[in-house]
Design a protein around this ligand. Structure first.
Ligand SMILES: C[S@@+](CC[C@H](N)C(=O)[O-])C[C@H]1O[C@@H](n2cnc3c(N)ncnc32)[C@H](O)[C@@H]1O
Length: 278
């Protein structure tokens, strides 16, 4: 992209911010708190939209699958009086335990480090709800996986995915020659990560995920929609990263994705999907 500092500042100044009045759950949160330790688009805006679709009750036991550094687990425990089992592969249980303890959630969030594709150490029909923010596409895109996971969800309980997603499936031509905005090299030490194969190719569309839920015969889809303000949420994240000098590479690639997405498909979006176990 190679923008001058002035050009970049002008670009950033034109980015929009979400209408906070549409997110009463986030009243009182600072901008830093909305993004702290969140990997992936959406921050707590996405967690708030997922929580609406989950319809939790105090005392519910919730599995936060692929919890990362725990932002959604804390959000759910804080606002809904639920107990959370927070599971992640790349984040250690020790890190999570320290964080949950420091924030006062030691008795309400249990951290576990495990691979969600392996045998899960939970009872059948154990969880009242399962939520998964910006993680399911890494491993969950098959009926076999849904069967594996849903064993542990109570009948009638919700599985809620909230995630980055694409507006369209890649065409056969794009699968052969991926658009550069989705097939780029990350800076060191992650230069060997294949972002197209490992992430974007598995993101799919809301309809693709809905079809998977329905085809499984295991879930009754209750809600499936792109966030109406997904573009604005992405813009705000880019502005935030730029203003805090957090990830200049991500700022640049996200601006490129936004520009490309104005005239090409697929473009990036965010969605929430909830299905209830039959
Ligand atoms: C993009 S991050 C999102 C983390 C967090 N949910 C958030 O929104 O900040 C994807 C997460 O999925 C987790 N993950 C990927 N594969 C996994 C697996 N097989 N089992 C458990 N977690 C997995 C990673 O450890 C990572 O933290």
């Amino acid at each position: 992209m190679n923008l001058t500092t002035e050009q970049l500042s002008a670009r950033i100044a034109g980015l929009r911010a979400p209408d906070r009045s549409q997110y009463p759950e986030l009243a009182g949160y600072t901008r830093d708190e909305l993004y702290e330790d969140c990997f992936g688009g959406g921050g707590l805006y996405l967690a708030a939209r997922m929580a609406r679709a989950l319809r939790l009750r105090p005392g519910d036991v919730v599995l936060d699958l692929g919890c990362g550094k725990g932002p959604s687990a804390i959000f759910l425990a804080k606002h809904f009086g639920v107990k959370v089992i927070a599971v992640d592969l790349w984040t250690s249980a020790t890190f999570l335990n320290q964080k949950f303890t420091q924030r006062g959630y030691r008795d309400r969030i249990i951290p576990l480090n495990l691979d969600a594709t392996q045998e899960l150490p939970f009872a059948e029909d154990y969880f009242d709800a399962i939520c998964c923010m910006n993680s399911f596409n890494f491993y969950g895109g098959s009926v076999e996986y849904l069967r594996h996971l849903l064993k542990h969800l109570k009948p009638g309980g919700p599985l809620c995915l909230g995630s980055e997603v694409l507006s369209d499936e890649f065409t056969a031509e794009q699968l052969q020659h991926p658009p550069y905005v989705y097939a780029f090299q990350l800076p060191p030490p992650n230069e060997h990560v294949d972002v197209f194969e490992g992430d974007f190719k598995k993101q799919h569309t809301p309809q693709w995920w809905r079809d998977l839920f329905e085809a499984s015969g295991l879930l009754q889809v209750e809600h499936c929609a792109e966030l109406d303000d997904a573009d604005v949420i992405y813009e705000e994240l880019v502005r935030y990263e730029h203003e805090h000098n957090l990830d200049p590479f991500d700022v640049e690639i996200c601006l490129q994705q936004m520009d490309w997405g104005r005239t090409h498909r697929p473009h990036k979006s965010l969605y929430v999907l909830t299905g209830r176990k039959k």
